[in-house]
Write a protein that binds this ligand. Structure first.
Ligand code: ATP
Length: 458
């Protein structure tokens, strides 16, 4: 059976991955809370990224910057002037749309491009059979540009001098700390700086569960290199990102890399590739990898008056580095991993089991300890559980038939079920059932931890 968003949302809600935000007060549209399993899962996604992009990388280090930044940062970055979406209202029913999105829906996902002018958008809407999807009428207001940054006030006075923004991306915190990071790590270029954190965008059309929300997390790398070597590094990171996804089980047929045509590139970019994933609602952007040239550092040098130059210690050359940026949304990645892992598997005898084939590195629980019989084996099973919990999250479940308990673990993606049975005490062994093959193996208690940790590697 095919995965629908309704099924996935229901599973997330029922099993504690993701709940509707502020639910007991009737909710707040398009906000979502990660539940007991969701927080583990999302943390694992971030850990897996950090492990490959920072911990194991000989080039990269990390940062964790403030969400609130000096207003001038967003002037320099271009967000105050240009981080806009074209907005349009239906005069008849007052529904509100992103003009480019309406055209995109009409043309079944055809590129509307980043650079359409209001006049071009209006002309396209006038010339084609585009109507309000809510009331069906064709009576729109003119197009206005709507800035997506959330505004708030710092301090007690709500006047414009105190007006600041919630960051709409994490990248700028990295650019403004470029010299700090280079100086303190004593790294030579090429070198990258990575950050994971919340970003906020006042999206006009949020939706599709956690795909497009107003508060989300990003995992961004800004990789700095010598001008002229940038396209080589662009290709390196493009390949690296792809390998990361595949190594964690993303299916090749659900992934496509869309290279932007040179004429469609943003003015500061030399190359851009959108990684797209096939969600139940269609292809959607997951990861943007871009060669941003020296645009950002140059902007900050001009606006701050502080040098963003790098002095090559070998050649004594001075230059503003070029920057390659792979930018990934945590929540979109979470959604893609869930969609990718979901299966309703038909078993022999006609039974169906729902299973999440999550990579062991990502699964919320790495294992579940299940005593075959509660009264006689519960004590020993609890001991095994308590010991394993020191190393990774492990579930303990002693209620219901063993078959039902296996199914519960399948549905939340637990890769290994450890059954404590009547042979365990005598032989000091347990059986370990593999979620995907449903095969069981007898393993000495002393080797369970290694058995699982070996399989968490990627
Ligand atoms: P889109 O075209 O979907 O709005 P974008 O091109 O504006 O995305 P970027 O600015 O390149 O996105 O942001 C980098 C990444 O951050 C995206 O690839 C996506 O994974 C994530 N992201 C951006 N906006 C959102 C959002 N509103 N909700 C969740 N994730 C987001």
């Amino acid at each position: 059976a095919e995965l629908t968003m309704d099924k996935l949302v229901a599973l997330c809600k029922n099993r504690g991955f993701i709940f509707a935000g502020s639910e007991i007060y009737g909710g707040l549209a398009n906000t979502w809370d990660y539940g007991p399993l969701g927080v583990e899962f999302k943390n694992n996604v971030k850990k897996a990224w950090w492990q490959k992009f920072v911990q194991e990388s000989k080039y990269n280090t990390g940062l964790d910057c403030a969400i609130l930044m000096n207003r001038e940062v967003w002037v320099a970055s271009g967000h105050v002037g240009g981080f806009n979406d074209p907005l349009m209202d239906c005069k008849a029913c007052k529904a509100r749309f992103r003009a480019d999105k309406l055209i995109e829906d009409f043309t079944q996902g055809a590129e509307t491009g980043d650079g359409w002018s209001n006049a071009e958008l209006e002309k396209f809407i006038a010339e084609h059979d585009i109507v309000c999807p809510v009331c069906g009428k064709k009576d729109f207001t003119g197009i206005r540009q709507f800035n997506l940054m959330f505004k708030t006030f710092a301090g007690v006075n709500e006047d414009s001098a105190n007006e600041i923004y919630l960051r709409p991306e994490t990248a700028q915190g990295i650019f403004v700390n470029f010299q700090n990071a280079m100086r303190t790590t004593r790294k030579k270029l090429p070198a990258g700086i990575a950050q994971i954190g919340k970003s906020f965008r006042n999206e006009i059309t949020p939706g599709n569960f956690i795909f497009r929300v107003r508060e989300f997390e990003q995992m961004e790398l800004e990789f700095f290199c010598k001008p002229g070597e940038d396209l080589e590094w662009f290709n390196y990171w493009r390949g690296f990102c792809r390998d990361w996804l595949l190594s964690l089980g993303i299916k090749e047929e659900s992934l496509r890399l869309r290279d932007h045509e040179p004429e469609k590139l943003a003015f500061y970019s030399k190359a851009t590739t959108d990684f797209e994933f096939l969600f139940p609602f269609g292809w959607g952007e997951l990861w943007g990898v871009a060669d941003r040239t020296d645009y950002d550092l140059t902007q900050h040098q001009e606006h701050s008056g502080k040098s963003m130059e790098y002095l090559d210690p070998v050649t004594n050359e001075r230059y503003i580095p070029y920057c390659i940026e792979p930018s990934l949304g945590v929540d979109r990645m979470v959604l893609a991993f869930l969609c990718n892992a979901y299966e309703e598997e038909e078993l022999e005898g006609g039974d169906v089991r729902t299973v999440l084939h999550l990579h062991p590195a990502l699964a919320p629980y790495k294992a579940a300890v299940l005593p075959l019989q509660k009264n006689k084996l519960g004590g020993l099973a609890s001991e095994i559980h308590a010991e394993l919990c020191k190393y990774f999250p492990v579930e303990y479940d002693e209620t219901g038939s063993i078959g039902k308990r296996y199914r519960r673990q399948d549905e939340i993606g637990t890769p290994f079920s450890i059954c404590v049975d009547f042979e365990t005490e005598e032989t000091q062994t347990v059986t370990i059932r593999d979620r995907d093959t449903m095969q069981q193996e007898r393993v000495p208690i002393s080797e369970i931890r290694k058995y699982i940790e070996d399989r968490m590697r990627f």
